[in-house]
Design a protein around this ligand. Structure first.
Ligand code: NDP
Ligand code: GDR
Length: 373
Protein backbone atom coordinates (compact mmCIF):
# COMPACT_ATOMS: atom_id res chain seq x y z
CA UNK A 1 0.00 0.00 0.00
CA UNK A 2 1.34 3.45 -0.87
CA UNK A 3 2.13 5.90 1.90
CA UNK A 4 -0.46 8.47 2.90
CA UNK A 5 0.43 12.03 1.97
CA UNK A 6 -0.16 15.01 4.24
CA UNK A 7 0.20 18.71 3.50
CA UNK A 8 0.76 21.02 6.47
CA UNK A 9 0.48 24.79 6.24
CA UNK A 10 2.38 26.44 9.11
CA UNK A 11 4.90 23.59 9.26
CA UNK A 12 7.62 25.94 10.52
CA UNK A 13 5.49 26.88 13.56
CA UNK A 14 5.13 25.18 16.93
CA UNK A 15 2.29 22.80 16.03
CA UNK A 16 3.44 22.21 12.47
CA UNK A 17 6.80 20.92 13.66
CA UNK A 18 5.29 18.49 16.21
CA UNK A 19 2.65 17.33 13.73
CA UNK A 20 5.28 16.71 11.04
CA UNK A 21 7.28 14.56 13.48
CA UNK A 22 4.15 12.68 14.48
CA UNK A 23 3.07 11.96 10.88
CA UNK A 24 6.57 10.89 9.80
CA UNK A 25 6.56 8.39 12.67
CA UNK A 26 3.19 7.12 11.40
CA UNK A 27 4.75 6.49 7.98
CA UNK A 28 3.28 9.47 6.11
CA UNK A 29 4.95 11.36 3.30
CA UNK A 30 4.92 14.86 4.78
CA UNK A 31 4.80 18.09 2.77
CA UNK A 32 4.88 21.54 4.29
CA UNK A 33 4.49 25.09 3.09
CA UNK A 34 7.14 27.53 4.24
CA UNK A 35 7.31 31.26 3.61
CA UNK A 36 10.24 32.91 1.97
CA UNK A 37 12.09 34.96 4.55
CA UNK A 38 15.35 36.90 4.56
CA UNK A 39 16.70 34.63 7.30
CA UNK A 40 16.34 30.87 7.75
CA UNK A 41 12.95 30.16 9.34
CA UNK A 42 13.02 26.36 9.53
CA UNK A 43 14.70 25.98 12.93
CA UNK A 44 11.80 23.98 14.38
CA UNK A 45 11.93 21.38 11.59
CA UNK A 46 15.66 21.30 10.80
CA UNK A 47 16.09 18.09 12.83
CA UNK A 48 13.64 16.23 10.55
CA UNK A 49 14.80 17.85 7.31
CA UNK A 50 15.76 15.32 4.64
CA UNK A 51 18.12 16.12 1.83
CA UNK A 52 16.01 15.81 -1.34
CA UNK A 53 18.96 14.03 -2.98
CA UNK A 54 18.70 10.99 -0.71
CA UNK A 55 16.84 7.90 -1.89
CA UNK A 56 13.10 7.93 -1.15
CA UNK A 57 12.79 11.13 0.95
CA UNK A 58 9.59 11.47 3.00
CA UNK A 59 9.77 15.12 4.02
CA UNK A 60 9.33 18.03 1.59
CA UNK A 61 9.11 21.79 1.95
CA UNK A 62 7.47 24.03 -0.66
CA UNK A 63 7.63 27.80 -0.82
CA UNK A 64 4.19 29.32 -0.50
CA UNK A 65 1.83 31.63 1.29
CA UNK A 66 -1.80 31.52 2.37
CA UNK A 67 -2.36 34.85 0.60
CA UNK A 68 -1.45 33.32 -2.78
CA UNK A 69 -4.24 31.23 -4.39
CA UNK A 70 -2.36 30.16 -7.50
CA UNK A 71 0.57 28.97 -5.40
CA UNK A 72 -1.74 26.94 -3.13
CA UNK A 73 -3.57 25.44 -6.10
CA UNK A 74 -0.31 24.43 -7.79
CA UNK A 75 1.11 22.82 -4.63
CA UNK A 76 -2.12 20.91 -3.99
CA UNK A 77 -2.33 19.71 -7.58
CA UNK A 78 1.27 18.48 -7.51
CA UNK A 79 0.98 16.63 -4.19
CA UNK A 80 -2.69 15.57 -4.20
CA UNK A 81 -2.55 14.96 -0.44
CA UNK A 82 -4.86 12.61 1.46
CA UNK A 83 -4.92 15.05 4.38
CA UNK A 84 -4.47 18.81 4.64
CA UNK A 85 -3.75 20.41 8.02
CA UNK A 86 -4.30 24.17 7.86
CA UNK A 87 -2.14 25.39 10.75
CA UNK A 88 -0.70 28.46 9.02
CA UNK A 89 -1.84 31.75 10.53
CA UNK A 90 -0.87 35.13 11.87
CA UNK A 91 -1.42 33.60 15.29
CA UNK A 92 -0.64 36.41 17.74
CA UNK A 93 -3.79 37.95 19.25
CA UNK A 94 -2.13 41.23 20.33
CA UNK A 95 -0.43 41.68 16.94
CA UNK A 96 -3.78 41.18 15.17
CA UNK A 97 -4.90 44.54 16.60
CA UNK A 98 -1.89 46.11 14.83
CA UNK A 99 -2.42 44.23 11.53
CA UNK A 100 -6.13 43.44 11.35
CA UNK A 101 -6.43 43.42 7.56
CA UNK A 102 -3.45 41.13 7.02
CA UNK A 103 -4.72 38.83 9.77
CA UNK A 104 -8.14 38.60 8.08
CA UNK A 105 -6.46 37.84 4.77
CA UNK A 106 -4.23 35.04 6.06
CA UNK A 107 -6.37 33.50 8.79
CA UNK A 108 -9.81 33.97 7.22
CA UNK A 109 -9.38 34.21 3.46
CA UNK A 110 -6.38 31.86 3.52
CA UNK A 111 -8.65 29.07 4.76
CA UNK A 112 -11.16 29.76 1.98
CA UNK A 113 -8.36 29.74 -0.62
CA UNK A 114 -7.25 26.28 0.47
CA UNK A 115 -10.78 24.84 0.59
CA UNK A 116 -11.64 26.32 -2.78
CA UNK A 117 -8.42 25.00 -4.33
CA UNK A 118 -9.30 21.51 -3.08
CA UNK A 119 -12.77 21.81 -4.60
CA UNK A 120 -11.51 23.34 -7.85
CA UNK A 121 -9.09 20.43 -8.29
CA UNK A 122 -11.94 17.93 -7.79
CA UNK A 123 -10.36 16.61 -4.59
CA UNK A 124 -13.25 17.43 -2.25
CA UNK A 125 -14.26 13.78 -1.88
CA UNK A 126 -10.73 12.42 -1.45
CA UNK A 127 -8.80 14.99 0.58
CA UNK A 128 -9.56 15.43 4.27
CA UNK A 129 -9.19 18.90 5.77
CA UNK A 130 -8.30 20.00 9.30
CA UNK A 131 -8.81 23.62 10.35
CA UNK A 132 -6.89 25.04 13.32
CA UNK A 133 -9.75 26.72 15.14
CA UNK A 134 -9.32 28.28 18.54
CA UNK A 135 -10.75 28.88 21.99
CA UNK A 136 -10.39 32.60 21.15
CA UNK A 137 -13.71 32.13 19.29
CA UNK A 138 -15.39 32.07 22.73
CA UNK A 139 -13.78 35.43 23.67
CA UNK A 140 -16.30 37.02 25.99
CA UNK A 141 -17.44 33.70 27.34
CA UNK A 142 -21.12 32.83 27.26
CA UNK A 143 -20.85 29.59 29.25
CA UNK A 144 -18.35 27.95 31.63
CA UNK A 145 -16.73 25.60 30.73
CA UNK A 146 -16.78 26.07 26.97
CA UNK A 147 -17.78 23.12 24.80
CA UNK A 148 -18.63 22.50 21.12
CA UNK A 149 -22.13 24.00 21.52
CA UNK A 150 -21.10 27.16 23.43
CA UNK A 151 -21.91 30.33 21.43
CA UNK A 152 -18.96 32.29 20.04
CA UNK A 153 -18.14 35.93 20.89
CA UNK A 154 -14.76 36.82 19.34
CA UNK A 155 -12.80 39.69 20.90
CA UNK A 156 -9.94 40.44 18.48
CA UNK A 157 -9.30 40.75 14.74
CA UNK A 158 -7.54 37.38 15.05
CA UNK A 159 -10.60 35.72 16.58
CA UNK A 160 -12.98 37.32 14.06
CA UNK A 161 -10.82 36.04 11.18
CA UNK A 162 -10.77 32.58 12.77
CA UNK A 163 -14.57 32.74 13.11
CA UNK A 164 -14.83 33.11 9.33
CA UNK A 165 -12.42 30.19 8.90
CA UNK A 166 -14.47 28.06 11.30
CA UNK A 167 -17.74 28.64 9.46
CA UNK A 168 -16.33 28.33 5.94
CA UNK A 169 -14.95 24.93 6.97
CA UNK A 170 -18.39 23.88 8.23
CA UNK A 171 -19.94 25.28 5.06
CA UNK A 172 -17.68 23.29 2.70
CA UNK A 173 -18.49 20.17 4.71
CA UNK A 174 -22.23 20.76 4.40
CA UNK A 175 -22.29 22.14 0.84
CA UNK A 176 -19.85 19.79 -0.90
CA UNK A 177 -19.77 16.75 1.40
CA UNK A 178 -16.12 17.37 2.22
CA UNK A 179 -14.45 15.63 5.12
CA UNK A 180 -13.57 18.94 6.77
CA UNK A 181 -13.46 19.65 10.48
CA UNK A 182 -12.46 22.15 13.13
CA UNK A 183 -10.31 21.44 16.15
CA UNK A 184 -11.26 24.12 18.68
CA UNK A 185 -7.98 24.10 20.52
CA UNK A 186 -7.33 25.83 23.81
CA UNK A 187 -3.87 27.29 24.46
CA UNK A 188 -1.07 24.80 24.07
CA UNK A 189 2.58 25.39 24.70
CA UNK A 190 6.03 23.78 24.62
CA UNK A 191 9.69 24.73 24.41
CA UNK A 192 8.95 25.43 20.73
CA UNK A 193 6.31 28.05 21.54
CA UNK A 194 6.98 31.47 19.97
CA UNK A 195 8.95 33.68 22.37
CA UNK A 196 6.30 36.42 22.60
CA UNK A 197 3.39 34.24 23.77
CA UNK A 198 2.94 34.58 27.48
CA UNK A 199 4.17 31.18 28.73
CA UNK A 200 7.39 31.24 26.72
CA UNK A 201 7.95 34.90 27.53
CA UNK A 202 7.80 33.92 31.20
CA UNK A 203 10.00 30.79 31.11
CA UNK A 204 12.56 32.49 28.90
CA UNK A 205 12.46 35.83 30.72
CA UNK A 206 12.81 34.31 34.19
CA UNK A 207 15.61 32.01 33.01
CA UNK A 208 17.52 35.01 31.67
CA UNK A 209 16.97 36.89 34.92
CA UNK A 210 17.98 33.89 37.01
CA UNK A 211 21.44 33.83 35.52
CA UNK A 212 21.90 37.58 35.34
CA UNK A 213 21.31 38.19 31.61
CA UNK A 214 18.31 40.41 32.26
CA UNK A 215 16.79 42.30 35.17
CA UNK A 216 13.04 42.40 34.90
CA UNK A 217 10.08 40.76 33.17
CA UNK A 218 7.49 43.27 31.91
CA UNK A 219 3.99 41.85 31.76
CA UNK A 220 0.43 42.77 30.72
CA UNK A 221 -2.70 41.37 32.35
CA UNK A 222 -1.49 38.80 34.88
CA UNK A 223 -4.99 37.96 36.07
CA UNK A 224 -6.21 36.43 32.83
CA UNK A 225 -7.04 32.76 33.10
CA UNK A 226 -6.13 30.12 30.55
CA UNK A 227 -6.51 26.37 30.04
CA UNK A 228 -2.96 25.39 29.03
CA UNK A 229 -1.97 22.02 27.53
CA UNK A 230 1.09 20.63 25.76
CA UNK A 231 1.35 20.98 21.96
CA UNK A 232 2.47 17.35 21.58
CA UNK A 233 -0.79 16.08 23.06
CA UNK A 234 -2.82 18.44 20.88
CA UNK A 235 -1.28 17.51 17.50
CA UNK A 236 -2.09 13.85 18.20
CA UNK A 237 -5.73 14.89 18.44
CA UNK A 238 -5.49 16.85 15.17
CA UNK A 239 -4.57 13.62 13.41
CA UNK A 240 -7.23 11.59 15.26
CA UNK A 241 -9.91 13.99 14.08
CA UNK A 242 -9.13 13.14 10.45
CA UNK A 243 -9.28 9.36 11.04
CA UNK A 244 -12.99 9.10 11.97
CA UNK A 245 -15.85 7.76 9.82
CA UNK A 246 -17.62 11.12 9.87
CA UNK A 247 -16.11 14.61 10.15
CA UNK A 248 -16.90 16.38 13.41
CA UNK A 249 -15.67 19.47 15.30
CA UNK A 250 -14.03 18.93 18.70
CA UNK A 251 -12.93 21.02 21.66
CA UNK A 252 -9.40 20.14 22.77
CA UNK A 253 -8.50 21.30 26.27
CA UNK A 254 -7.34 20.02 29.66
CA UNK A 255 -10.36 21.18 31.67
CA UNK A 256 -8.11 22.96 34.19
CA UNK A 257 -7.47 26.68 34.42
CA UNK A 258 -4.65 28.81 35.86
CA UNK A 259 -3.83 32.52 35.86
CA UNK A 260 -0.83 34.11 34.17
CA UNK A 261 0.34 35.02 37.69
CA UNK A 262 0.22 31.35 38.72
CA UNK A 263 2.22 30.41 35.62
CA UNK A 264 4.89 32.90 36.74
CA UNK A 265 4.91 31.34 40.21
CA UNK A 266 5.26 27.80 38.82
CA UNK A 267 8.11 28.83 36.51
CA UNK A 268 9.92 30.71 39.29
CA UNK A 269 9.56 27.76 41.61
CA UNK A 270 11.02 25.48 38.91
CA UNK A 271 14.04 27.80 38.85
CA UNK A 272 14.32 27.66 42.63
CA UNK A 273 13.29 31.30 42.97
CA UNK A 274 10.73 32.39 45.55
CA UNK A 275 8.35 35.18 44.60
CA UNK A 276 6.60 37.56 46.99
CA UNK A 277 3.88 39.62 45.31
CA UNK A 278 3.93 43.18 46.60
CA UNK A 279 0.87 44.77 45.03
CA UNK A 280 -1.60 44.75 42.22
CA UNK A 281 -1.74 48.37 41.09
CA UNK A 282 -0.36 49.98 37.97
CA UNK A 283 1.33 53.37 38.06
CA UNK A 284 2.34 55.49 35.09
CA UNK A 285 5.79 53.89 35.00
CA UNK A 286 4.51 50.35 35.26
CA UNK A 287 4.03 49.07 38.78
CA UNK A 288 6.73 46.85 40.22
CA UNK A 289 4.77 43.87 41.31
CA UNK A 290 7.01 41.07 42.46
CA UNK A 291 10.03 41.10 44.68
CA UNK A 292 12.28 38.13 44.84
CA UNK A 293 15.52 36.63 44.99
CA UNK A 294 17.22 33.85 46.71
CA UNK A 295 19.18 30.94 45.34
CA UNK A 296 19.38 32.24 41.78
CA UNK A 297 22.98 33.32 41.19
CA UNK A 298 22.10 36.18 38.86
CA UNK A 299 19.73 37.91 41.29
CA UNK A 300 20.09 40.07 44.31
CA UNK A 301 17.93 39.36 47.33
CA UNK A 302 15.00 41.73 47.16
CA UNK A 303 15.40 42.41 43.45
CA UNK A 304 12.22 43.42 41.59
CA UNK A 305 11.82 40.93 38.79
CA UNK A 306 8.26 41.34 37.55
CA UNK A 307 6.63 44.61 36.53
CA UNK A 308 3.46 45.54 34.74
CA UNK A 309 3.85 47.52 31.55
CA UNK A 310 0.43 48.73 30.32
CA UNK A 311 1.76 48.50 26.75
CA UNK A 312 1.02 44.77 26.96
CA UNK A 313 -2.65 45.30 27.79
CA UNK A 314 -4.94 44.52 24.85
CA UNK A 315 -7.67 46.81 23.47
CA UNK A 316 -10.15 44.03 24.29
CA UNK A 317 -9.11 41.17 26.55
CA UNK A 318 -10.24 37.56 26.83
CA UNK A 319 -10.25 37.26 30.62
CA UNK A 320 -11.06 33.61 31.10
CA UNK A 321 -11.03 30.41 29.07
CA UNK A 322 -11.76 26.91 30.33
CA UNK A 323 -12.49 24.03 27.96
CA UNK A 324 -14.60 20.92 28.39
CA UNK A 325 -12.84 18.13 26.47
CA UNK A 326 -15.36 15.39 27.39
CA UNK A 327 -16.59 14.94 23.83
CA UNK A 328 -13.04 14.21 22.61
CA UNK A 329 -12.55 11.87 25.55
CA UNK A 330 -15.83 9.97 25.12
CA UNK A 331 -15.83 9.67 21.33
CA UNK A 332 -12.12 9.43 20.52
CA UNK A 333 -10.62 8.31 23.80
CA UNK A 334 -8.32 11.34 23.82
CA UNK A 335 -6.89 12.50 27.12
CA UNK A 336 -3.87 14.76 27.53
CA UNK A 337 -0.83 12.88 28.81
CA UNK A 338 1.51 15.72 29.81
CA UNK A 339 0.64 17.69 32.95
CA UNK A 340 1.11 21.45 33.26
CA UNK A 341 3.79 20.88 35.90
CA UNK A 342 5.74 18.62 33.53
CA UNK A 343 5.36 21.13 30.72
CA UNK A 344 6.59 24.03 32.83
CA UNK A 345 9.60 21.93 33.90
CA UNK A 346 10.40 21.09 30.25
CA UNK A 347 10.08 24.72 29.13
CA UNK A 348 12.17 26.08 31.99
CA UNK A 349 14.88 23.44 31.47
CA UNK A 350 15.09 24.36 27.79
CA UNK A 351 15.16 28.12 28.35
CA UNK A 352 17.66 27.85 31.19
CA UNK A 353 20.00 25.90 28.93
CA UNK A 354 19.66 28.58 26.23
CA UNK A 355 20.34 31.30 28.80
CA UNK A 356 23.40 29.44 30.06
CA UNK A 357 24.75 29.21 26.51
CA UNK A 358 24.27 32.96 26.08
CA UNK A 359 25.92 33.67 29.41
CA UNK A 360 28.92 31.55 28.42
CA UNK A 361 29.30 33.44 25.15
CA UNK A 362 29.07 36.72 27.02
CA UNK A 363 31.76 35.58 29.44
CA UNK A 364 34.00 34.79 26.48
CA UNK A 365 33.64 38.40 25.37
CA UNK A 366 31.03 37.96 22.64
CA UNK A 367 28.39 40.65 22.32
CA UNK A 368 25.13 38.89 23.25
CA UNK A 369 21.90 40.85 23.02
CA UNK A 370 18.87 39.45 24.84
CA UNK A 371 15.85 40.42 22.80
CA UNK A 372 12.52 40.87 24.53
CA UNK A 373 9.11 42.07 23.49
P1 NDP B 1 2.82 29.58 15.22
O1 NDP B 1 2.68 31.05 15.26
O2 NDP B 1 3.94 28.93 15.99
O3 NDP B 1 2.96 29.11 13.70
C1 NDP B 1 2.24 29.73 12.68
C2 NDP B 1 2.70 29.17 11.35
O4 NDP B 1 1.98 29.82 10.30
C3 NDP B 1 4.20 29.43 11.05
O5 NDP B 1 4.72 28.32 10.36
C4 NDP B 1 4.14 30.64 10.14
O6 NDP B 1 5.26 30.77 9.29
C5 NDP B 1 2.89 30.30 9.34
N1 NDP B 1 2.35 31.46 8.63
C6 NDP B 1 2.14 32.70 9.09
N2 NDP B 1 1.64 33.49 8.14
C7 NDP B 1 1.55 32.74 7.02
C8 NDP B 1 1.16 33.00 5.68
N3 NDP B 1 0.77 34.21 5.30
N4 NDP B 1 1.19 31.98 4.79
C9 NDP B 1 1.62 30.76 5.17
N5 NDP B 1 2.02 30.44 6.41
C10 NDP B 1 2.00 31.44 7.32
O7 NDP B 1 1.41 28.98 15.66
P2 NDP B 1 1.07 27.60 16.43
O8 NDP B 1 1.89 26.51 15.86
O9 NDP B 1 1.07 27.85 17.89
O10 NDP B 1 -0.47 27.40 16.02
C11 NDP B 1 -0.83 26.69 14.85
C12 NDP B 1 -2.24 27.08 14.43
O11 NDP B 1 -3.15 26.78 15.48
C13 NDP B 1 -2.43 28.56 14.12
O12 NDP B 1 -3.37 28.64 13.09
C14 NDP B 1 -3.01 29.13 15.41
O13 NDP B 1 -3.77 30.27 15.12
C15 NDP B 1 -3.85 27.96 15.87
N6 NDP B 1 -4.05 27.83 17.29
C16 NDP B 1 -2.97 27.81 18.14
C17 NDP B 1 -3.16 27.59 19.48
C18 NDP B 1 -2.02 27.56 20.43
O14 NDP B 1 -2.27 27.67 21.64
N7 NDP B 1 -0.80 27.37 19.99
C19 NDP B 1 -4.52 27.36 20.03
C20 NDP B 1 -5.57 27.40 19.03
C21 NDP B 1 -5.32 27.60 17.71
P3 NDP B 1 6.63 31.48 9.81
O15 NDP B 1 7.36 30.43 10.61
O16 NDP B 1 7.29 31.83 8.55
O17 NDP B 1 6.21 32.65 10.64
P1 GDR C 1 -3.53 34.04 23.63
O1 GDR C 1 -2.04 33.76 24.12
O2 GDR C 1 -3.80 35.47 23.42
O3 GDR C 1 -4.43 33.32 24.60
O4 GDR C 1 -3.54 33.34 22.20
P2 GDR C 1 -0.93 34.66 24.80
O5 GDR C 1 0.03 33.71 25.39
O6 GDR C 1 -0.42 35.70 23.87
O7 GDR C 1 -1.75 35.43 25.96
C1 GDR C 1 -2.39 34.73 27.02
C2 GDR C 1 -2.86 35.72 28.06
O8 GDR C 1 -1.73 36.28 28.72
C3 GDR C 1 -1.94 37.68 28.83
N1 GDR C 1 -0.65 38.39 28.96
C4 GDR C 1 0.31 38.46 28.03
N2 GDR C 1 0.38 37.91 26.79
C5 GDR C 1 1.51 38.15 26.07
N3 GDR C 1 1.63 37.58 24.84
N4 GDR C 1 2.54 38.94 26.53
C6 GDR C 1 2.49 39.51 27.77
O9 GDR C 1 3.41 40.20 28.18
C7 GDR C 1 1.33 39.25 28.55
N5 GDR C 1 0.95 39.62 29.81
C8 GDR C 1 -0.23 39.09 30.04
C9 GDR C 1 -2.70 38.06 27.57
O10 GDR C 1 -3.31 39.35 27.71
C10 GDR C 1 -3.68 36.89 27.49
O11 GDR C 1 -4.79 37.13 28.31
C11 GDR C 1 -2.91 32.08 22.00
C12 GDR C 1 -2.42 32.04 20.54
O12 GDR C 1 -1.63 30.88 20.37
C13 GDR C 1 -3.60 31.98 19.59
O13 GDR C 1 -3.11 31.75 18.26
C14 GDR C 1 -4.52 30.84 19.99
O14 GDR C 1 -5.64 30.80 19.15
C15 GDR C 1 -4.95 31.00 21.43
O15 GDR C 1 -3.80 31.02 22.26
C16 GDR C 1 -5.83 29.85 21.91
Amino acid sequence: MSRKKALITGITGQDGSYLAEFLLEKGYEVHGIKRRSSLFNTERVDHIYQDPHIKDPQFFLHYGDLTDSSNLTRILSEIRPDEVYNLGAMSHVAVSFESPEYTADVDGMGTLRLLEAIRFLGMEKTTRFYQASTSELYGLVQEIPQKETTPFYPRSPYAVAKLYAYWITVNYREAYGMYACNGILFNHESPRRGETFVTRKITRGLSNIAIGLDKCLYMGNMDSLRDWGHAKDYVRMQWMMLQQDQPEDFVIATGVQYSVRQFIEMSASELGVSIRWEGTGVDEKGYIDAIVGDKAPGMAVGQNIVAIDPRYFRPAEVETLLGDPSNAKNKLGWVPQITLQEMVAEMVAYDLEQAQKHALLKKQGYNVAVSRE
